[in-house]
Design a protein around this ligand. Structure first.
Ligand code: ZN
Length: 383
């Protein structure tokens, strides 16, 4: 079957104007002003995207797909994600990771969960390891995991500058990054290391030292949660201006923002105003991670669950509130992520790419339909 999406304003993510998109076999075959197919034997599904915007499917490269949390005891573990949560967030590619808990949550289960999401229609990868170093792996080595297991594209999230980190030496950290790099080189994958940045004093120290003390390229690591406090955010601006990539975490609660966390849409504008290259910025949701609530005495009083919906919400806010151009803001959840993670068929609307699309209302920007690998999996308000 062939699907043609007509009359939508296409952001590839660069603005292409009104175009028709032809999809066959799960791939984008053509993007052009007009497509006419007059072969009676071929079944064609027409989708009318008049009054709509068409984006590449979103990529969320940091989701606790197996659930996370547990830092307040077993009852504070968060649940596995459901495919419906990802789809209603416009996410057609996800990277799953473990977090603090690499004991009761297991990499084999993580791979199985990723494969279940694939079976349900989206694209899913995972990171090997968890917060701790040396990372636990499936095969016994980071290189072998990345080279031999298709689902595994890097290491993460390893924790630095955090009381829950394993407090590795710089040399231990370098070893992990260099193993990931060589694993990635030998398998044609990114071999990236996703680094959880905590609220600790070390901030980006190890990541900055990678540049001054090793030959490892900056984009081998991606520090995440860089918007969690103003001091770390300032360091991240400097690092990104120098050519490093930085990742914002979109899920939050208002109390954190009141306490100094930088709201992603505002932080994106601040970085662009500081002259950071947009290509060095990505957003992820940290979906299904726990958001602990403490009272004034530091006693845990409740636990929220991070939502993948925050990913696109912050891009919308960047456009609607901060006045950033859609084609610029969109990149942080599409092409930038695909480039960083070397996902060659993802993040763009162009012939030969996987047919992952999000169709949104041109006024409200709300999601109306989601197509993953050529299949329409969400249709809220479309013919
Ligand atoms: Zn984290």
């Amino acid at each position: 079957m062939i699907t043609i999406v007509r009359n939508g304003e296409v952001y590839a993510p660069e603005y292409l104007g009104k175009n028709a998109i032809m999809i066959a076999g799960g791939r984008i075959e053509a993007v052009c002003k007009n497509i006419s197919l007059k072969v009676p034997e071929i079944q064609v599904r027409e989708i009318d995207a008049s009054g709509k915007l068409v984006f590449p499917g979103f990529i969320d490269a940091h989701v606790h797909i197996l659930g996370g949390g547990g830092e307040g005891g077993f009852s504070t573990r968060t649940p596995e994600i459901q495919i419906s949560q990802l789809l209603e967030s416009g996410i057609t590619t996800v990277v799953g990771c473990l977090g603090t808990d690499g004991i009761t949550r297991d990499l084999r289960a993580l791979v199985a969960k990723a494969r279940s999401l694939e079976e349900e229609g989206i694209t899913a990868f995972v990171y090997t390891g968890s917060y701790r170093m040396p990372p636990k792996t499936i095969t016994g080595s980071i290189q072998e995991d990345i080279i031999l297991i298709d689902d595994i594209i890097g290491v993460g999230e390893v924790a630095l500058s955090d009381h829950r980190s394993s407090h590795p030496t710089f040399e231990e950290f370098v070893k992990v990054v260099s193993d990931a790099r060589v694993g990635g080189m030998l398998s044609g994958k990114a071999g990236i290391v996703n680094v959880h940045m905590g609220d600790g004093k070390m901030e980006l120290d190890y990541i900055e030292r990678l540049e001054s003390e090793t030959e490892i390229p900056k984009k081998q690591v991606i520090p995440t949660h860089i918007n969690r406090n103003p001091s770390l955010f300032q360091k991240a601006i400097k690092y990104a201006k120098g050519g490093g990539c930085v990742d914002f975490t979109t899920s939050t609660v208002w109390r954190f923002i009141e306490e100094g966390e930088v709201k992603c849409s505002k932080g994106l504008r601040a970085m662009l105003e500081e002259g950071v290259d947009i290509r060095n910025i990505t957003f992820t949701s940290d979906g299904q991670g726990s958001i602990p609530e403490f009272d004034r005495d530091g006693v845990l009083i409740g636990l929220g669950v991070a939502s993948t919906k925050s990913l696109y919400k912050e891009v919308k806010d960047a456009v609607q509130i901060e006045g950033i151009a859609m084609e610029c803001a969109l990149r942080v959840i599409t092409s930038n992520v695909a480039d960083l993670l070397k996902l060659k068929k993802k993040g763009r609307i162009s012939p030969g790419m996987d047919a992952d699309l999000v169709i949104a209302d041109s006024q409200s920007l709300d999601i109306c339909a989601v197509i993953a690998k050529g299949v329409e999996l969400v249709n809220v308000d479309m013919k």
